[in-house]
Design a protein around this ligand. Structure first.
Ligand code: FCB
Length: 460
């Protein structure tokens, strides 16, 4: 497999997110976000790690972009921190925040790296959470202010935009499972949040097309999974279908078809979690057709119907959803416990092609965590870290992307998660996803074998 098997304008990148890499100190006027609050709540994040230092990308962005230039990528996906631009979520603008993204964007352009900006990668200003956050429709006002500010300042140079990153995670990990900020465990709150995330996605597209940024392109990033029944039984097939409705179609269907999966909608309603829909909303959302879809692909889901002991042991997402995820016998997994299954990426891309009108697609995240610390650090070999598992993972997934392209999927780019090791949300710094190693004591970045491989692939 060679780079030239892909079109010349294919985007080859790496991805990060503001809270995971920037470091929040010094804040330079940045306001607090729900992740600052979550980190400050004992027991929520592994080792009580915080985003205070992270990778100091806010300070070290120029050095990082230089490294991206050496790597040979032509695109960098980063996210803009809402609380850096609007510390209170609305109202007062923080010029220093705007200056930072201007510097980052200009630095990228100097190296011929296309800046690809995500508007929301989970760092909601805390002040907006205090008034209900995504669970209330009132979020639409501040959101409009924020996205317009970003288009206004960066739209002349950023040509690829993403509205939300993984709204499923923001809504359900944050408000049902409580394992992400803001840490709620209430189905009705989560369903309402999921709805407003989709609505604000539509709103962001509408505003985009009326803004200075409109000659660029915009889409959403969804975390999607092929859903496969564990056994060839009706019960397991139904479990897989429910998982598909919950993880995939709950977002794909309103965005592309202006509707919600009926069965799941009714399940949520019966469980006291109705969609806070207003007449006209779904038509509005459907009309804001994205220019492309970003897909974060990490693994597939294999599902079986829950038995009563699964329910007692809390293995199901909610009593209304009696489904259990399993790892197939003999499957290999990453350090996150995620099954390594590259073919799932090809299956997913082709499914989107078939069911959602063959839109242009990006793999906006794909990568793996492995315990890199077990390798020697500090020896100056060409490959400081021999992360062969990660290297192979990336190669196999790019190959799956190529197979999907050959079968007709409109795949236009691939972004490795992540450029460098960073703050992995509730796992803190204990999980490393980078192709560059970060020594958190010194902030030194080092090449891993996976980065060297990506470099040689990109440089042909
Ligand atoms: C995704 C997130 C990203 C990162 C990877 C490992 O769900 O979008 O920020 O944490 O998982």
């Amino acid at each position: 497999m060679k780079r030239s098997d892909f079109p010349p304008d294919f985007l080859w990148g790496t991805a990060t997110a503001s809270f995971q890499v920037e470091g929040t100190e010094p804040g330079d006027g940045r306001g607090g976000s729900i992740w600052d609050t979550f980190c400050a709540t004992p027991g929520k994040v592994h080792n009580n790690d915080t985003g205070k230092t992270a990778c100091e990308h806010y300070k070290r962005y120029a050095q990082d972009v230089a490294l991206m230039g050496e790597l040979g990528i032509n695109a960098y996906r980063f996210s803009i921190a809402w609380p850096r631009l609007l510390p209170d979520g609305t109202g007062r603008v923080n010029q220093k925040g705007i200056d930072f993204y201007n510097r980052l964007i200009d630095e990228l352009l100097k190296k011929n790296i296309a800046p690809c900006a995500t508007l929301y990668h989970w760092d909601l200003p805390q002040k907006l959470q205090d008034t209900g956050g995504w669970a209330t429709r009132a979020i639409c006002g501040p959101w409009a202010e924020y996205v317009n500010l970003a288009y206004e300042h960066f739209g002349d140079r950023v040509k690829q935009w993403f509205t939300h990153n993984e709204p499923w995670v923001a809504a359900f990990a944050g408000n049902l499972q409580g394992r992400h900020a803001p840490g709620n465990t209430d189905l009705a709150t989560a369903v309402a949040a999921s709805y407003h995330l989709v609505l604000t996605h539509g709103q962001a597209i509408e505003a985009f097309r009326q803004s200075k940024a409109r000659d660029g392109k915009i889409g959403v990033v969804l975390n999607l999974y092929p859903a496969v029944p564990a056994a060839d039984s009706e019960a397991d097939k139904h479990a897989a279908d429910l998982s598909d409705q919950f993880q995939n179609r709950w977002f794909l269907d309103p965005v592309y078809k202006g509707c919600y999966p009926q069965e799941l909608r009714e399940i949520f309603e019966k469980a006291g979690a109705p969609l806070p829909e207003k007449p006209g909303d779904l038509d509005f959302i459907k009309k804001q057709k994205p220019d492309f879809l970003g897909i974060n692909y990490y693994f597939r889901k294999v599902l079986r119907a829950a038995a009563s002991e699964d329910i007692a042991q809390g293995k199901i997402p909610h009593p209304a959803l009696p489904i259990v995820e399993v790892i197939p016998p003999g499957a290999r997994t990453t350090e996150m416990g995620w099954e390594i299954y590259p073919q799932g990426m090809a299956d997913l891309l082709l499914r989107i092609k078939d069911d959602y009108g063959n839109p242009p697609l990006f793999i906006t995240e794909n990568g793996a965590s492995f315990p890199d610390d077990k390798f020697a650090v500090g020896t100056k070999s060409p490959y400081m870290l021999d992360d062969e598992d990660r290297r192979q993972f990336i190669e196999d997934h790019i190959a799956a992307g190529l197979r999907a392209r050959k079968a007709g999927a409109n795949l236009a780019g691939y972004f490795v998660w992540s450029f460098m090791d960073n703050f992995e949300w509730a796992r803190g710094y204990s999980k490393r996803f980078g192709v560059f190693y970060v020594d958190y004591k010194t902030q030194e970045r080092s090449w891993k074998k996976s980065a060297r491989w990506y470099e040689s692939f990109l440089k042909g």
